[in-house]
Write a protein of this length. Sequence first.
Length: 74
Amino acid sequence: MIIDEDMEGHITLKEYQDALEAFGQSGETHVSPEGYETAYVSFEHRCLFKLMDILKSRDISVEEFYRMSDVDHD
């Protein structure tokens, strides 16, 4: 797992919180590090949203993604 997701050379508070949450080491509920008034969205959900954006940008349907992921065709 790459903690410095944007590869800019330093780890932001958001990236640090994401890493803690990804490894199940988050001891508290996080607030948005950017100071937004919106509710905090979990790391797991943000990963799924990012995956869905990537699939959409590459014009890959959910069914096609499933077929690509089902390596043993069961």
